[in-house]
Design a protein around this ligand. Structure first.
Ligand SMILES: Cc1cc2nc3c(=O)[nH]c(=O)nc-3n(C[C@H](O)[C@H](O)[C@H](O)COP(=O)(O)O)c2cc1C
Length: 225
């Protein structure tokens, strides 16, 4: 085979194994994390990757959700399954904070991943995180840090948002905002009435774009699995 043909085959192989889509998997009880997820999708798609939204299934009974005034999950967004985790190479996980940690729905989802862990299905896949808290200092960074333990056990690669593309948004002190180098975030307020601000949604979009730019540089290796 000529060297030109070998080069051509390499190029085809490279194109076939390129990461082309990102799964944005989130749980949102009151819609704040859901709004960030949609801004993140916009950012992912701005650099030519597909951003697919998935929700983590609810675990609380209906009567409890009613007492918590939860409006219910978005009927237009499919539920994530174990297969979703197997199908993608790159993920952005969104979660509301509960006492500085992931919500129980998110934990219950990950508690189902034992078989994937045994097979190493998620090994070296990319993952970023985004979140929502009621208050400033409510534990956004703790939520991300705690979630990294799950990623580490699966051998997943945590991709922080950093400051490089968000320097002005993160160092400007003119308004209250969620989010940090760990990932984008919003502040819902004690009663959940505050909605994600323009700035928070802008940062979420930047996270989607920044993450997707890295994902594009990574080759998936299905033959290694
Ligand atoms: C049981 C429980 C624990 C919570 N713990 C915290 C917390 O530690 N810090 C905080 O700022 N907000 C806390 N919150 C508020 C949630 O983070 C807030 O409702 C959520 O960010 C809203 O996002 P969502 O609309 O996507 O569900 C808690 C809420 C509940 C119900």
């Amino acid at each position: 085979m000529s060297s030109l043909a070998i080069l051509f085959l390499r190029l085809i192989r490279q194109l076939l194994t390129m990461v082309s889509k990102v799964a944005i998997i989130y749980y949102s009880m009151y819609g704040h994390v859901g709004q960030l997820a949609r801004a993140i999708k916009k950012g992912v798609e701005s650099v030519g990757l597909k951003g697919d939204l998935y929700q983590i299934p609810e675990t609380l009974p209906k009567d409890v959700l009613e007492k918590m005034h939860a409006p219910g999950q978005d009927p237009n967004v499919p539920l994530a399954t174990m297969e979703t985790l197997e199908q993608y190479e790159a993920f952005l996980f969104g979660m509301p904070t509960r006492y500085g940690n992931q919500s129980a729905q998110v934990r219950a989802f990950w508690d189902r991943t034992g078989q994937l862990w045994v097979k190493g299905s998620l090994h070296q896949k990319l993952a970023g995180v985004f979140f929502s808290t009621a208050s400033m200092g409510g534990g956004q960074e703790m939520t991300a840090a705690n979630f990294i333990s799950t990623l580490a056990h699966h051998g997943m690669v945590y991709v922080p948002l950093g400051y490089f593309n968000t320097f002005s948004q993160f160092t400007g002190l003119t308004e209250v905002r969620g989010g940090s180098a760990w990932g984008s975030g919003t502040l819902a307020g004690g009663d959940g009435s505050r909605q994600p601000s323009k700035l928070e949604l802008e940062v979420a979009e930047i996270q989607g774009k920044t993450f997707a730019e890295l994902a594009k540089r990574v080759q998936s290796k299905p033959e290694d699995k």
